[in-house]
Design a protein around this ligand. Structure first.
Ligand code: DAK
Length: 258
């Protein structure tokens, strides 16, 4: 039997690591991979025992984009029926923080997949890009929008219109990547960050993620109102009482997730 194309690992109690596993195709995202990632994200979003997710590939490739061989001959209706946009939305809708640990190539749909995550840790030799234009298409998984929001119009236009790749340093300097670390330490660092987040009160983490993402879509006044309401809501959580009490009593807090 073939190896599963998405592997699930548990590097720490409340942390799940999802590994894309198609090394023979540079982790190209075929429909099976996309469906599995979406399914796992949905399930983990509902699982109280999971507090942070790391999404990764292998040392050569995070994901080299959509599987070109699978879509080369597809027609409009077939592309529509594959429901890729729906699968993408399931990933973006995960309420838990998701950290992309990127080594090697994050191209096209692979770069878009990393951009649906909340934090991106990249290895020094990682390569990002939206090369779709070279195939006669345009980015379709959010690339024209998320890349532009992350790095600004003029840099995004350069990469989207030329299909040129860019390295981890450039990605960091332009704001696409949260941290750059030596290649061999990408996964370790991503898991370390995930563990750090997993120890924090999950309701505060969830509402912080929600406020940042919903706020990016809204005018400033509405976004600030959402932030204020989210903060007020947290004052009815046990973890807010415990966090502040523990600070005053100079002890480590014990968060219950309530
Ligand atoms: N798809 C299919 N196979 C791929 C692939 C891909 N994206 N990338 C690599 N492979 C396969 C190669 O065909 C090769 O297979 P064999 O020939 O051995 O059978 C194997 O992986 C190794 O590839 P290379 O020999 O090329 O390896 P190198 O290390 O020399 O080069 C590379 C690695 C990643 C630079 C190169 O393979 C490459 O340029 N790959 C294509 C990158 C690319 O153009 N990516 C964008 C794809 S288009 C949508 C949403 C999003 C999308 C579509 C629809 N909807 C919402 C509807 C997204 C579109 C895309 O991402």
């Amino acid at each position: 039997m073939a190896d599963p194309v998405v592997l699930l690992e548990r590097p720490a109690e409340a942390v799940v690591l999802l590994r894309i596993n198609r090394p023979e195709a540079r982790n190209a995202l075929n429909l099976e991979v996309r469906k599995l990632i979406a399914r796992h994200m949905t399930e983990m979003g509902e699982d109280d025992a999971v507090r942070c997710i790391v999404l990764t590939g292998n040392d050569k490739s995070f994901a080299a984009g959509a599987d070109i061989k699978e879509m080369a001959e597809a027609g409009t209706i077939e592309m529509l029926q594959r429901g890729i946009h729906r699968l993408w939305r399931a990933i973006a809708a995960c309420p838990k923080p998701v950290i992309a640990a990127v080594n090697g190539y994050a191209l096209g749909g692979g770069c878009e997949l990393a951009m649906t995550c909340d934090i991106i840790v990249a290895g020094e030799s990682a390569q990002f890009g939206q090369p779709e234009v070279k195939l006669g298409i345009i980015p379709g998984g959010g690339g024209t929008q998320r890349l532009t929001r992350a790095i600004g119009k003029f840099k995004a236009m350069k990469y989207i219109l030329t299909g040129e790749l860019f390295g981890a340093r450039e990605a960091f300097e332009t704001g696409l990547v949260s941290e750059v670390v030596p290649d061999a330490e990408v996964e370790k660092r991503a898991v370390e960050l995930a563990k750090q987040i997993a120890e924090l009160p999950p309701l505060a983490v969830q509402l912080a993620k929600e406020a940042v993402l919903a706020g990016m879509d809204a005018p400033l006044t509405s976004a600030l109102a959402l932030e204020a309401k989210s903060l007020q809501i947290l004052f009815s959580s046990q973890d807010q009482k415990e966090g502040m009490k523990a600070f005053i009593e100079k002890r480590k807090p014990k968060f219950s997730g309530r």
